[in-house]
Design a protein around this ligand. Structure first.
Ligand code: MRU
Length: 372
Protein backbone atom coordinates (compact mmCIF):
# COMPACT_ATOMS: atom_id res chain seq x y z
CA UNK A 1 0.00 0.00 0.00
CA UNK A 2 1.14 3.49 -0.79
CA UNK A 3 2.91 5.35 1.99
CA UNK A 4 1.82 8.97 2.18
CA UNK A 5 3.21 9.61 5.63
CA UNK A 6 -0.31 10.00 6.99
CA UNK A 7 -2.08 6.66 7.44
CA UNK A 8 -5.59 7.17 6.14
CA UNK A 9 -6.83 4.10 7.93
CA UNK A 10 -5.07 1.50 10.05
CA UNK A 11 -5.82 -1.45 12.28
CA UNK A 12 -4.13 -1.35 15.67
CA UNK A 13 -4.10 -3.27 18.90
CA UNK A 14 -4.83 -1.42 22.12
CA UNK A 15 -4.96 -2.67 25.73
CA UNK A 16 -8.78 -2.79 25.42
CA UNK A 17 -8.72 -4.72 22.17
CA UNK A 18 -8.33 -3.93 18.46
CA UNK A 19 -9.27 -0.51 17.10
CA UNK A 20 -9.65 0.98 13.66
CA UNK A 21 -7.80 4.30 13.45
CA UNK A 22 -8.98 6.78 10.83
CA UNK A 23 -7.35 10.00 9.69
CA UNK A 24 -10.30 12.25 10.58
CA UNK A 25 -11.14 13.83 7.21
CA UNK A 26 -13.75 16.11 8.78
CA UNK A 27 -10.86 17.94 10.46
CA UNK A 28 -8.57 18.25 7.45
CA UNK A 29 -6.69 20.33 6.48
CA UNK A 30 -6.67 22.17 9.82
CA UNK A 31 -5.61 19.13 11.79
CA UNK A 32 -4.15 15.74 10.97
CA UNK A 33 -5.85 13.89 13.80
CA UNK A 34 -6.65 10.22 14.16
CA UNK A 35 -10.07 9.05 15.23
CA UNK A 36 -10.26 5.71 17.06
CA UNK A 37 -13.22 3.44 16.30
CA UNK A 38 -13.60 0.80 18.99
CA UNK A 39 -16.82 -0.70 17.70
CA UNK A 40 -19.27 -0.54 14.84
CA UNK A 41 -21.24 2.26 16.44
CA UNK A 42 -18.11 4.47 16.40
CA UNK A 43 -17.45 3.57 12.78
CA UNK A 44 -21.03 4.20 11.62
CA UNK A 45 -20.85 7.61 13.29
CA UNK A 46 -17.53 8.34 11.55
CA UNK A 47 -18.95 7.31 8.17
CA UNK A 48 -22.03 9.52 8.55
CA UNK A 49 -19.88 12.44 9.72
CA UNK A 50 -17.57 12.00 6.68
CA UNK A 51 -14.56 11.42 8.93
CA UNK A 52 -14.00 8.51 6.57
CA UNK A 53 -15.44 8.93 3.09
CA UNK A 54 -15.05 8.45 -0.66
CA UNK A 55 -16.36 5.36 -2.36
CA UNK A 56 -13.36 2.97 -2.38
CA UNK A 57 -12.27 3.85 1.16
CA UNK A 58 -15.81 3.38 2.44
CA UNK A 59 -15.62 -0.20 1.13
CA UNK A 60 -12.30 -0.80 2.86
CA UNK A 61 -13.47 0.81 6.12
CA UNK A 62 -16.71 -1.17 6.04
CA UNK A 63 -14.72 -4.39 5.59
CA UNK A 64 -12.51 -3.56 8.58
CA UNK A 65 -15.67 -2.70 10.53
CA UNK A 66 -16.94 -6.26 10.11
CA UNK A 67 -13.52 -7.55 11.19
CA UNK A 68 -13.71 -5.27 14.25
CA UNK A 69 -17.12 -6.64 15.24
CA UNK A 70 -15.80 -10.19 14.83
CA UNK A 71 -12.64 -9.50 16.84
CA UNK A 72 -14.65 -7.98 19.68
CA UNK A 73 -17.11 -10.89 19.73
CA UNK A 74 -20.08 -8.74 18.67
CA UNK A 75 -22.99 -9.86 16.50
CA UNK A 76 -21.34 -9.84 13.06
CA UNK A 77 -24.55 -10.08 11.00
CA UNK A 78 -26.08 -7.13 12.83
CA UNK A 79 -22.86 -5.12 12.56
CA UNK A 80 -22.68 -5.81 8.82
CA UNK A 81 -26.27 -4.61 8.31
CA UNK A 82 -25.61 -1.39 10.21
CA UNK A 83 -22.41 -0.68 8.34
CA UNK A 84 -23.80 -1.52 4.90
CA UNK A 85 -26.64 0.97 5.36
CA UNK A 86 -24.62 3.77 6.98
CA UNK A 87 -24.63 5.69 3.68
CA UNK A 88 -26.73 4.62 0.70
CA UNK A 89 -25.10 5.81 -2.54
CA UNK A 90 -21.54 4.46 -2.72
CA UNK A 91 -22.04 0.80 -3.58
CA UNK A 92 -18.47 0.02 -2.48
CA UNK A 93 -19.51 0.34 1.16
CA UNK A 94 -22.04 -2.48 1.13
CA UNK A 95 -19.86 -4.52 -1.26
CA UNK A 96 -16.85 -4.32 1.10
CA UNK A 97 -18.97 -5.12 4.15
CA UNK A 98 -20.64 -8.13 2.55
CA UNK A 99 -17.37 -9.49 1.19
CA UNK A 100 -15.77 -9.59 4.64
CA UNK A 101 -18.98 -10.88 6.22
CA UNK A 102 -19.00 -13.77 3.72
CA UNK A 103 -15.37 -14.60 4.58
CA UNK A 104 -16.31 -14.67 8.26
CA UNK A 105 -19.36 -16.86 7.64
CA UNK A 106 -17.34 -19.25 5.44
CA UNK A 107 -14.82 -19.66 8.23
CA UNK A 108 -17.55 -20.38 10.77
CA UNK A 109 -19.78 -22.62 8.66
CA UNK A 110 -17.53 -24.36 6.13
CA UNK A 111 -14.36 -24.73 8.14
CA UNK A 112 -15.99 -24.84 11.57
CA UNK A 113 -13.60 -22.18 12.84
CA UNK A 114 -13.92 -20.94 16.41
CA UNK A 115 -14.59 -17.24 17.10
CA UNK A 116 -10.89 -16.32 17.13
CA UNK A 117 -10.06 -18.04 13.86
CA UNK A 118 -13.19 -16.69 12.15
CA UNK A 119 -12.26 -13.18 13.29
CA UNK A 120 -8.77 -13.70 11.87
CA UNK A 121 -10.33 -14.79 8.56
CA UNK A 122 -12.43 -11.60 8.51
CA UNK A 123 -9.37 -9.41 9.20
CA UNK A 124 -7.37 -11.14 6.53
CA UNK A 125 -10.17 -10.54 3.99
CA UNK A 126 -10.36 -6.85 4.96
CA UNK A 127 -6.60 -6.57 4.48
CA UNK A 128 -6.86 -8.27 1.07
CA UNK A 129 -9.55 -5.79 0.04
CA UNK A 130 -7.33 -2.92 1.20
CA UNK A 131 -4.39 -4.17 -0.86
CA UNK A 132 -6.49 -4.85 -3.94
CA UNK A 133 -7.78 -1.32 -3.79
CA UNK A 134 -4.21 0.00 -3.76
CA UNK A 135 -3.33 -2.17 -6.78
CA UNK A 136 -6.44 -1.05 -8.65
CA UNK A 137 -5.39 2.55 -8.06
CA UNK A 138 -2.03 2.02 -9.74
CA UNK A 139 -3.60 0.39 -12.77
CA UNK A 140 -6.23 3.14 -13.12
CA UNK A 141 -3.50 5.78 -12.91
CA UNK A 142 -1.65 4.20 -15.84
CA UNK A 143 -4.71 3.48 -17.96
CA UNK A 144 -6.15 6.94 -17.35
CA UNK A 145 -2.87 8.59 -18.32
CA UNK A 146 -2.67 6.53 -21.54
CA UNK A 147 -6.26 7.46 -22.35
CA UNK A 148 -5.62 11.18 -21.86
CA UNK A 149 -2.65 10.99 -24.23
CA UNK A 150 -5.03 9.64 -26.88
CA UNK A 151 -7.94 11.96 -26.16
CA UNK A 152 -5.99 15.21 -25.82
CA UNK A 153 -2.99 15.62 -28.10
CA UNK A 154 -1.81 18.89 -26.49
CA UNK A 155 0.60 18.99 -23.55
CA UNK A 156 0.91 20.03 -20.79
CA UNK A 157 -2.67 19.43 -19.69
CA UNK A 158 -5.17 21.56 -17.84
CA UNK A 159 -7.40 19.14 -15.93
CA UNK A 160 -10.48 19.90 -13.89
CA UNK A 161 -11.73 17.75 -11.02
CA UNK A 162 -14.63 17.78 -8.59
CA UNK A 163 -14.85 16.52 -5.02
CA UNK A 164 -11.96 14.41 -3.73
CA UNK A 165 -10.48 11.28 -5.26
CA UNK A 166 -6.85 10.91 -4.15
CA UNK A 167 -5.05 8.93 -1.45
CA UNK A 168 -7.65 10.06 1.12
CA UNK A 169 -10.28 7.85 -0.53
CA UNK A 170 -8.29 4.71 -1.15
CA UNK A 171 -5.79 2.12 0.00
CA UNK A 172 -3.53 3.57 -2.70
CA UNK A 173 -3.36 6.74 -4.79
CA UNK A 174 -7.08 6.99 -5.42
CA UNK A 175 -9.15 7.17 -8.59
CA UNK A 176 -9.36 10.32 -10.74
CA UNK A 177 -6.67 12.06 -8.70
CA UNK A 178 -4.33 9.09 -9.22
CA UNK A 179 -4.52 9.82 -12.96
CA UNK A 180 -3.76 13.51 -12.34
CA UNK A 181 -0.84 12.46 -10.19
CA UNK A 182 0.48 10.20 -12.98
CA UNK A 183 0.21 13.06 -15.47
CA UNK A 184 2.04 15.34 -13.04
CA UNK A 185 4.79 12.78 -12.43
CA UNK A 186 5.32 12.62 -16.20
CA UNK A 187 5.79 16.41 -16.27
CA UNK A 188 2.61 16.82 -18.31
CA UNK A 189 0.38 18.77 -15.91
CA UNK A 190 0.01 22.48 -16.54
CA UNK A 191 -2.74 23.05 -13.96
CA UNK A 192 -5.27 21.17 -11.90
CA UNK A 193 -8.51 23.08 -11.52
CA UNK A 194 -10.02 22.07 -8.19
CA UNK A 195 -13.74 22.68 -7.74
CA UNK A 196 -14.29 23.72 -4.12
CA UNK A 197 -17.26 21.28 -4.00
CA UNK A 198 -19.97 22.87 -1.91
CA UNK A 199 -21.45 22.33 0.54
CA UNK A 200 -18.79 20.34 2.42
CA UNK A 201 -15.77 21.57 0.48
CA UNK A 202 -14.11 18.24 -0.24
CA UNK A 203 -12.29 19.94 -3.13
CA UNK A 204 -11.04 23.02 -1.27
CA UNK A 205 -10.20 21.12 1.92
CA UNK A 206 -9.07 17.70 0.72
CA UNK A 207 -8.11 17.75 -2.95
CA UNK A 208 -6.11 20.93 -2.41
CA UNK A 209 -4.39 19.17 0.54
CA UNK A 210 -3.50 16.22 -1.70
CA UNK A 211 -2.36 18.46 -4.57
CA UNK A 212 -0.17 20.48 -2.24
CA UNK A 213 1.50 17.36 -0.90
CA UNK A 214 2.46 16.47 -4.48
CA UNK A 215 3.61 19.98 -5.39
CA UNK A 216 1.12 20.22 -8.20
CA UNK A 217 0.25 23.47 -9.90
CA UNK A 218 -3.39 23.89 -8.90
CA UNK A 219 -6.10 26.47 -8.29
CA UNK A 220 -9.24 26.14 -6.20
CA UNK A 221 -12.36 27.65 -7.73
CA UNK A 222 -15.94 28.19 -6.65
CA UNK A 223 -18.07 25.50 -8.31
CA UNK A 224 -19.96 28.12 -10.28
CA UNK A 225 -16.70 29.41 -11.81
CA UNK A 226 -16.05 26.25 -13.81
CA UNK A 227 -18.25 27.32 -16.74
CA UNK A 228 -16.17 30.41 -17.41
CA UNK A 229 -13.00 28.29 -17.52
CA UNK A 230 -14.51 26.08 -20.23
CA UNK A 231 -15.68 29.15 -22.14
CA UNK A 232 -12.13 30.52 -22.03
CA UNK A 233 -10.75 27.24 -23.41
CA UNK A 234 -8.84 26.57 -20.19
CA UNK A 235 -9.92 22.96 -19.60
CA UNK A 236 -8.54 20.03 -21.62
CA UNK A 237 -10.39 17.26 -19.76
CA UNK A 238 -12.56 16.65 -16.71
CA UNK A 239 -11.62 13.76 -14.44
CA UNK A 240 -13.97 12.62 -11.70
CA UNK A 241 -14.60 9.52 -9.59
CA UNK A 242 -17.87 7.69 -9.02
CA UNK A 243 -19.92 6.39 -6.13
CA UNK A 244 -22.06 4.02 -8.19
CA UNK A 245 -22.25 3.17 -11.86
CA UNK A 246 -25.54 1.52 -12.82
CA UNK A 247 -25.89 -1.19 -15.46
CA UNK A 248 -26.79 1.36 -18.14
CA UNK A 249 -23.56 3.30 -17.46
CA UNK A 250 -25.10 6.18 -15.50
CA UNK A 251 -22.63 7.64 -13.01
CA UNK A 252 -23.56 8.82 -9.51
CA UNK A 253 -20.91 11.13 -8.10
CA UNK A 254 -20.66 14.18 -5.84
CA UNK A 255 -23.40 16.70 -6.52
CA UNK A 256 -22.22 19.12 -9.18
CA UNK A 257 -20.72 16.44 -11.42
CA UNK A 258 -23.70 16.35 -13.79
CA UNK A 259 -23.65 20.09 -14.57
CA UNK A 260 -19.93 19.75 -15.31
CA UNK A 261 -20.67 16.95 -17.77
CA UNK A 262 -23.23 19.12 -19.56
CA UNK A 263 -20.84 22.05 -19.83
CA UNK A 264 -17.98 19.78 -20.91
CA UNK A 265 -20.14 18.34 -23.71
CA UNK A 266 -21.15 21.83 -24.84
CA UNK A 267 -17.49 22.74 -25.19
CA UNK A 268 -16.35 19.42 -26.68
CA UNK A 269 -14.16 18.62 -23.65
CA UNK A 270 -13.72 14.93 -22.64
CA UNK A 271 -15.50 13.97 -19.41
CA UNK A 272 -13.72 10.95 -17.95
CA UNK A 273 -14.84 8.88 -14.97
CA UNK A 274 -12.23 6.87 -13.04
CA UNK A 275 -13.47 4.17 -10.65
CA UNK A 276 -12.66 0.61 -9.61
CA UNK A 277 -14.89 -2.16 -10.95
CA UNK A 278 -16.39 -2.51 -7.45
CA UNK A 279 -18.18 0.79 -8.13
CA UNK A 280 -20.17 -0.81 -10.96
CA UNK A 281 -23.48 -2.16 -9.73
CA UNK A 282 -25.22 -4.33 -12.31
CA UNK A 283 -28.11 -4.90 -9.89
CA UNK A 284 -29.04 -1.22 -10.28
CA UNK A 285 -30.39 -1.10 -13.80
CA UNK A 286 -30.76 2.61 -14.53
CA UNK A 287 -29.42 5.87 -13.21
CA UNK A 288 -32.88 6.78 -11.95
CA UNK A 289 -32.78 3.69 -9.71
CA UNK A 290 -29.70 4.95 -7.80
CA UNK A 291 -30.58 6.04 -4.27
CA UNK A 292 -29.14 9.51 -3.75
CA UNK A 293 -28.31 10.37 -0.15
CA UNK A 294 -30.07 13.49 1.12
CA UNK A 295 -28.17 15.26 3.87
CA UNK A 296 -28.94 17.78 6.60
CA UNK A 297 -30.22 21.20 5.49
CA UNK A 298 -27.69 22.87 7.81
CA UNK A 299 -24.89 21.81 5.48
CA UNK A 300 -26.32 24.30 2.98
CA UNK A 301 -27.87 26.98 5.19
CA UNK A 302 -24.71 27.23 7.29
CA UNK A 303 -21.03 27.48 6.46
CA UNK A 304 -18.97 24.84 8.18
CA UNK A 305 -16.88 26.29 10.96
CA UNK A 306 -13.96 26.12 11.03
CA UNK A 307 -13.85 23.16 8.67
CA UNK A 308 -16.57 20.78 9.69
CA UNK A 309 -20.14 20.97 10.95
CA UNK A 310 -19.80 17.62 12.61
CA UNK A 311 -17.78 17.93 15.75
CA UNK A 312 -19.99 18.93 18.66
CA UNK A 313 -17.53 21.42 20.07
CA UNK A 314 -17.56 23.29 16.73
CA UNK A 315 -21.30 23.35 16.27
CA UNK A 316 -23.34 26.52 16.18
CA UNK A 317 -26.74 26.86 17.74
CA UNK A 318 -28.43 24.83 15.01
CA UNK A 319 -25.64 22.32 14.61
CA UNK A 320 -24.12 23.51 11.36
CA UNK A 321 -21.53 26.23 11.84
CA UNK A 322 -22.09 29.86 10.83
CA UNK A 323 -25.60 30.59 9.57
CA UNK A 324 -25.71 32.18 6.12
CA UNK A 325 -29.41 31.78 5.22
CA UNK A 326 -32.26 33.32 7.20
CA UNK A 327 -33.29 31.23 10.17
CA UNK A 328 -35.79 28.58 9.12
CA UNK A 329 -34.86 28.66 5.40
CA UNK A 330 -35.59 25.39 3.60
CA UNK A 331 -32.72 23.66 1.78
CA UNK A 332 -32.24 21.05 -0.96
CA UNK A 333 -29.14 19.02 -0.18
CA UNK A 334 -28.57 15.88 -2.25
CA UNK A 335 -25.02 14.58 -1.70
CA UNK A 336 -24.77 13.21 -5.25
CA UNK A 337 -26.17 13.59 -8.75
CA UNK A 338 -26.36 11.21 -11.67
CA UNK A 339 -24.74 11.80 -15.06
CA UNK A 340 -26.25 9.87 -17.97
CA UNK A 341 -23.88 7.64 -19.95
CA UNK A 342 -24.15 9.64 -23.17
CA UNK A 343 -22.34 12.53 -21.45
CA UNK A 344 -19.48 10.32 -20.23
CA UNK A 345 -16.60 10.06 -22.69
CA UNK A 346 -15.02 7.03 -20.99
CA UNK A 347 -14.94 5.04 -17.77
CA UNK A 348 -11.46 4.01 -16.65
CA UNK A 349 -11.24 1.00 -14.33
CA UNK A 350 -8.43 -1.30 -13.29
CA UNK A 351 -9.80 -3.82 -15.80
CA UNK A 352 -9.62 -1.44 -18.70
CA UNK A 353 -11.32 1.52 -20.31
CA UNK A 354 -14.80 1.55 -21.83
CA UNK A 355 -15.81 4.10 -24.44
CA UNK A 356 -18.56 4.55 -25.45
CA UNK A 357 -20.29 3.89 -22.17
CA UNK A 358 -23.32 1.68 -22.86
CA UNK A 359 -25.12 -1.21 -21.18
CA UNK A 360 -23.09 -3.57 -23.38
CA UNK A 361 -19.67 -2.12 -22.60
CA UNK A 362 -20.50 -1.95 -18.88
CA UNK A 363 -21.61 -5.60 -18.88
CA UNK A 364 -18.42 -6.55 -20.77
CA UNK A 365 -16.31 -4.84 -18.11
CA UNK A 366 -17.90 -6.95 -15.40
CA UNK A 367 -17.86 -10.23 -17.28
CA UNK A 368 -15.80 -12.86 -15.42
CA UNK A 369 -13.83 -13.57 -18.61
CA UNK A 370 -12.47 -10.01 -18.66
CA UNK A 371 -9.29 -9.77 -16.66
CA UNK A 372 -7.57 -6.59 -17.90
O1 MRU B 1 -19.72 12.45 0.18
P1 MRU B 1 -18.33 11.98 -0.12
O2 MRU B 1 -17.29 12.94 0.29
O3 MRU B 1 -18.09 10.57 0.37
O4 MRU B 1 -18.32 11.91 -1.70
C1 MRU B 1 -17.21 11.41 -2.38
C2 MRU B 1 -17.31 11.53 -3.84
O5 MRU B 1 -18.34 11.87 -4.41
C3 MRU B 1 -16.15 11.11 -4.62
O6 MRU B 1 -16.02 11.90 -5.75
C4 MRU B 1 -16.39 9.67 -4.99
O7 MRU B 1 -16.48 8.84 -3.89
C5 MRU B 1 -15.55 9.21 -6.05
S1 MRU B 1 -14.05 8.34 -5.84
C6 MRU B 1 -13.36 8.60 -4.58
Amino acid sequence: MADHGVPVLRWADSPEGPVLLLLDQARLPAEEAELACRDVQDLVRAIRALSVRGAPLLGVAGGYGVALAAARGHDVAEAADRLASARPTAVNLAAGVRRVERAYQRAVAGEGADGGRAAAAALSEARALHEEDAEASERMAQLGHDLLRKLVPRKPLRLLTHCNTGFLVSGGRGTAFAVVSQVHAAGELRRLWVDETRPLLQGARLTAYEAMREDMPFSVLADGAAGSLFAAGEVDAVLIGADRISADGSVANKVGSYPLAVVARHHGVPFVVVAPVTTVDLATKRGTDIVVEQRAPEEVTHISSPYSPYHPEERGERGGGIPVAPRGADAYNPAFDVTPPELVTAVVTERGVISPVTSETVAGLCSPSRTT
